[in-house]
Design a protein around this ligand. Structure first.
Ligand code: GAR
Length: 192
């Protein structure tokens, strides 16, 4: 059984979607959800679905090694970022190199980097007058949104779109593709 840990900072609709998807799978499941925000809705969503959900602070993530210890202790084959806003420390990247992925709500390499998350990304896409946007699922390395791209899918930006309507179209793509990409990556690990 492959074990997934999700890191998320906010609402957690992707986390919930991934948990539900893998609850029907035999070979993998979401073992743990971790958040850097004590009040994040994602923690409630995960707990309601029977998944262990824990808060951690800056010191536990960057300095003491406590988060890494928890990941190792619970077992983590793949670390999945789903709306997680902190930079991943080097010691975790080293321990999980090639096994940390992120989803970004636009077509990288445009509209990525520090401070580009959620509605800010959609605002930038609209302000740039793009006629298409989409999602990017990529490996996580030492730089924001710069790891190798695993998968992209596109959607149109329609006349009259606002941040809300564009975000909703992009979210639909995320729900459709993120669990499947995770499943495929885990299966590839099996083959190695
Ligand atoms: C998602 O759209 C995800 O792509 C984005 O945050 C949202 C989280 O929504 N991530 C980033 O912008 C990372 N730079 P959710 O909490 O409902 O899953």
């Amino acid at each position: 059984m492959k074990l997934i840990t999700i890191l998320a900072s906010g609402t957690g609709t992707n986390a919930e979607n991934i948990i539900k998807y893998f609850s029907n799978e035999k070979n993998a499941k979401v073992r743990l959800v971790l958040s850097n925000k004590p009040q994040a809705e994602v923690l409630k969503r995960a707990a309601a679905l029977g998944v262990e959900a824990l808060f951690f602070d800056r010191g536990q993530f960057y300095d003491s090694g406590e988060v890494r210890r928890i990941l190792q202790e619970r077992g983590t084959d793949l670390l999945v970022l789903a709306g997680f806003l902190w930079f991943i420390p080097e010691h975790i990247i080293k321990a999980y190199r090639g096994r940390i992925i992120n989803i970004h709500p636009a077509l990288l390499p445009r509209f990525g980097g520090k401070g580009m998350y959620g509605d800010r990304v959609h605002r930038a896409v609209l302000d740039a007058g793009c006629t298409e946007s989409g999602i990017t699922i990529h490996h996580v390395n030492e730089q924001y949104d710069a790891g190798d791209i695993i998968f992209q899918a596109k959607c149109p930006v329609l006349p009259g779109d606002d941040v809300h309507s564009l975000a909703s179209r992009v979210h639909t793509l995320e729900y459709e593709h993120y669990p499947v990409v995770i499943k495929n990556l885990l299966e590839e690990m099996d083959d190695q």
